[in-house]
Design a protein around this ligand. Structure first.
Ligand code: SF4
Length: 249
């Protein structure tokens, strides 16, 4: 079995409660969503861009698609110092490649790696198919006032319930802009509470300013939303995308 990836590199996790940790990132092509703020090229690419030496800024291209054997060989090269705490499966939407992951993840586990999934958090059946091989799941709950897409709350609640059933270390990311609808935000918070429980860790992540994005929330908005959310889910933290602040991959 083969899969299309866009990037392979070792870097610092810039988001959420694992911020600062060294991870080996596998960025998969393809996404079923179309968030208005998306800054990732989710199209299939002819080649995978690989940074063999972490932080060097020197890249090489290897042809797509990659087999599980090819990818494991690259993991051995990129993690030869064994200093990546997790393999970060990111995208795009890695869960669209669930069959490939079903072959890859047990083999990564056998080689001593811990698997960290970054996901839009709306494909519960695909999650369940590989959940036994996941050590950490970073899931989004998407707000339509921010993504400008249709709301998919029921799929998020099913996804989060599945994480609780299997007791997987996880947290929920709420990406917010200055257009965030407070009523929608609080509806999401109640849904998280109901499906994930009161101790669910919630990360309030402000959109980062880019060439395409200028509608970042104000400090006052972030403080107000954190206060409101903490009345329902006390473990709410405001954490920006720190890798972007540091100019990292
Ligand atoms: S889910 Fe992620 S990769 Fe997909 S469109 Fe949204 S921001 Fe982009």
């Amino acid at each position: 079995m083969k899969s299309y990836l866009s990037e392979l590199f070792s870097s610092i996790q810039g988001e959420g409660p694992y911020v600062g940790e060294r991870q080996l990132f596998m960025r998969f092509c393809g996404c079923h969503r179309d968030c208005v703020y998306c800054d990732t090229n989710t199209q299939r690419t002819e080649a995978v861009v690989v940074e063999r030496i972490a932080g060097s800024g020197i890249f090489e291209s290897i042809p797509n698609p990659l087999s599980v054997d090819d990818l494991l060989e690259w993991v051995r090269i990129l993690d030869h110092k064994k200093n990546n705490r997790h393999i970060s499966l990111t995208g795009g939407a890695p869960l669209l490649q669930v069959k490939f992951l079903g072959e890859l993840l047990p083999r990564l586990e056998n080689e001593g790696h811990r698997n960290y999934l970054e996901t839009a958090g709306d494909l519960p059946q695909q999650l369940e198919a590989i959940i036994e091989y996941l050590d950490v799941v970073a899931m989004d709950v998407k707000l339509s006032s921010v993504t400008h897409e249709k709301n998919t709350f029921p799929a998020h609640w099913q996804f989060l319930s599945c994480l609780r059933t299997y007791n997987v270390d996880s947290f929920v990311k709420l990406i917010v802009s200055d257009e965030t609808d407070e009523a929608e935000l609080m509806e999401a918070v109640k849904g998280i509470h109901k499906s994930g429980g009161k101790n669910t860790i919630v990360i309030l992540q402000a959109l980062s300013a880019t060439e395409r994005v200028s509608n970042v929330p104000s400090v006052q908005q972030l403080m107000r939303w954190q206060e409101k959310i903490s009345g329902v889910l006390p473990q709410v933290r405001v954490i920006p995308q720190t890798h972007k602040m540091m100019g990292m991959l």
